[in-house]
Design a protein around this ligand. Structure first.
Ligand code: FMN
Length: 205
């Protein structure tokens, strides 16, 4: 099993990173390979809606987005984690995700997704919902935990004190491993679900 993790915090020693490290321990204990990407120090432009990806099968702006897209093809799951900024995910991360999910030509169906939100005090639920939208438009089942996937902290490192949040991360990682293994078995036994030809009505009559 292989999992990609995207850390949406621009900070060093970020609380988002702490949440991901808690998950990483469980993944590694369970023999799951982890590869992590971070937006820290990266300039990631938002989608220009140029439509070049329809032909290219990748984004015309050749940066970390294409690197993650190519690695996603061989991964069984994806964790997206973000600090909460104004009750939403970090803007650089959103630029990355818009382009990744729009341009990625790999079939993401049945790769397991999990999102994590980290905040000082408010906005975790809206951010969690926002991030889950990327998975649920791509045929990706969501892994869940014993609470919504969130942790609290303000200054770097504080999230380690959120014992319930850290437990939530560990349970999430265990459930995700189980789901990925179960889906791998299910694919062997039943194959992938039938894929209907695409229909786009665009609400234009
Ligand atoms: C621009 C900005 C906006 C923020 N907005 C919120 C917010 O809406 N709610 C909240 O609880 N914390 C907010 N915070 C605080 C961060 O979510 C908090 O410090 C968190 O620990 C950052 O995670 P990180 O260490 O992974 O970067 C904001 C921080 C910044 C820099």
């Amino acid at each position: 099993m292989k999992v990609l993790m995207i850390n949406g915090s621009p900070r060093a020693n970020s609380n988002t990173g702490l949440a991901l490290e808690e998950m990483r321990k469980i993944f590694e204990e369970n023999g799951t390979e982890v590869e992590e990407f971070s937006v820290r120090g990266k300039q990631i432009t938002g989608c220009q809606a140029c439509g070049a990806c329809y032909k290219l099968g990748r984004c015309v702006m050749d940066d970390m987005v294409n690197e993650i897209a190519s690695k996603l093809a061989g991964a069984d799951g994806l964790v997206i984690a973000s600090p909460v900024y104004y009750a939403s995910a970090n803007g650089t991360l959103i630029s990355l995700l818009d382009r990744l999910f729009y341009s990625c030509s790999a079939d993401l169906t049945m790769k397991v997704g999990a999102s994590v939100a980290v905040a000082r005090r408010g906005g975790c639920s809206t951010t969690f919902d926002e991030l889950n939208k990327y998975f649920t438009i791509a045929g990706m089942p969501l892994a869940s935990s014993s609470y919504w996937n969130m942790a609290y902290g303000t200054r770097p490192g504080e999230a380690a004190q959120d014992l319930e949040g850290m437990r939530t991360m560990r349970v999430l990682a265990r459930n995700m491993v189980f789901l990925m293994k179960s889906i791998a078995l299910g694919k062997e036994k039943y194959g992938m679900p039938y894929r209907e030809p695409r229909v786009m009505t665009n609400f234009v009559r």
